[in-house]
Design a binder for this molecule. Structure first.
Ligand code: NAD
Length: 337
């Protein structure tokens, strides 16, 4: 099977070459993400391998006439047009569980930074050398209520860690898992109850029509406590960025830690965006709101980095190779469509 593998690091190319199996895979590497403006010279590939920075929309899919499989090296697959794939009988596979502990550990890194102002203290010492603790007082985690939205692979690891900190956990999931709750000593509640009763809300749902702007102005202004913190490591679109800016500005929320942003791709390649300019494709107000968020003292923004550990990346490559190999054996695995 002729495979186009987009945007690998050098060590990943070597790993793939050494672990790709019996030779049914003819893998070609491209040192860029895939989108309508960044296509490879040849398009006769039967499979493509992408990560979250690629935008595999209908326009891109239509350019690969032989395409049978899209394998994303991520859990989320909202960067792939599943409808367009369905029309062409293209299978989409993902990596369902490479980083449940990895993302959960990062989530707690964000929570601790946020409530203990670690990022602010770090900046202060580096920038001014001052050891004054004025303005750096935080709050304990012990005894606080953590609201976990989405109790899948990542959410349940977050719950496990939260209990080590002595936090109370409440959760919401569209498909609650009663045995998970009783085994892990937490309670499922209605979504608005979780929003209302939590000191810290952490989001671990996939991005789709259902979860689009789950955190919006109504929820921020009327339901979530003014003293609560919000953590988002899921996808930017789960939070309405403009509503978040207003809520933080109007002290309707104590702070936010965001590993993901709406239109984060534009921030990554701002110079390219400025030169090429695709204003119809992105919401420029959201891009501006992102910059306002980045400059706010009670906001931590990280560059979609929660997955990024050595161990997780090896697990991603192993699962991706398995996805490709099993597909060639007519036994596809990890199918999302
Ligand atoms: P998962 O599929 O194991 O869990 C998702 C959970 O959300 C499931 O329990 C599901 O029932 C629930 N859910 C689905 N729709 C819902 C809705 N409308 N309302 C409430 N709950 C709903 O996924 P996971 O491995 O836990 O990952 C969660 C998300 O985290 C991924 O979809 C991805 O977008 C994101 N992620 C981010 C990073 C990062 O680096 N920041 C890394 C990995 C995953």
């Amino acid at each position: 099977m002729k495979v186009a593998f987009f945007n690998p690091e050098d060590w990943e190319k070597e790993y793939i070459q050494n672990h790709s199996g019996k030779g049914d895979l003819d893998i070609h590497f491209f040192d860029h993400e895939l989108d309508a403006n960044n296509m490879p010279g040849a398009t006769d590939f039967e499979a493509i391998v992408v990560f979250v920075g690629s935008m595999v929309d209908k326009q891109v899919i239509d350019k690969f006439p032989n395409l049978k499989l899209i394998s994303t090296r991520s859990t989320g697959y909202d960067h792939i047009d599943l409808e367009a794939c369905k029309e062409r009988d293209i299978v989409v596979s993902n990596v369902p569980d490479y980083g449940a502990n990895t993302v959960a550990e990062f989530t707690f890194g964000l929570i601790l930074s946020l409530v203990r102002k670690i990022h602010t203290g770090y900046d202060q010492v580096r920038e001014t050398g001052s050891f004054s603790v004025e303005g750096l007082r935080g709050v304990d985690l012990r005894g606080k209520t953590l609201g976990v939205v989405g109790t899948g692979h990542i959410g349940r690891n977050v719950i496990r860690i939260a209990q080590g900190f002595g936090m109370e956990v409440i959760a919401y999931d569209k498909f609650p898992n009663a045995s998970l709750a009783s085994d892990n000593n937490f309670e499922y509640k209605k979504l608005n109850e979780v929003f209302k009763e939590s000191d810290i809300i952490t989001l671990h749902v996939p991005y789709n029509k259902d979860t689009h702007h789950m955190i919006n102005s109504e929820v921020l202004d009327e339901i979530i406590s003014d003293n609560a913190f919000l953590v988002n490591t899921s996808r930017g679109g789960v939070v309405d960025t403009e509503a978040l800016v207003h809520a933080l500005k109007n002290k309707k929320l104590a702070g936010a830690a965001l590993d993901v942003l709406e239109e984060e791709g534009v921030i990554k390649d701002e110079l390219e965006f400025f030169i090429e300019g695709h204003p119809h494709e992105v919401d420029l107000k959201t891009v501006l709101a992102n910059h306002i968020l980045i400059d706010m003292p009670n906001v931590i923004v990280t560059p979609h980095n929660a997955f990024n550990t050595k161990e997780a990346l090896v697990r991603i490559l192993d699962t991706t190779l398995d996805n490709l190999n099993k597909f060639t054996e007519n036994k596809p695995v990890n199918i999302v469509s």
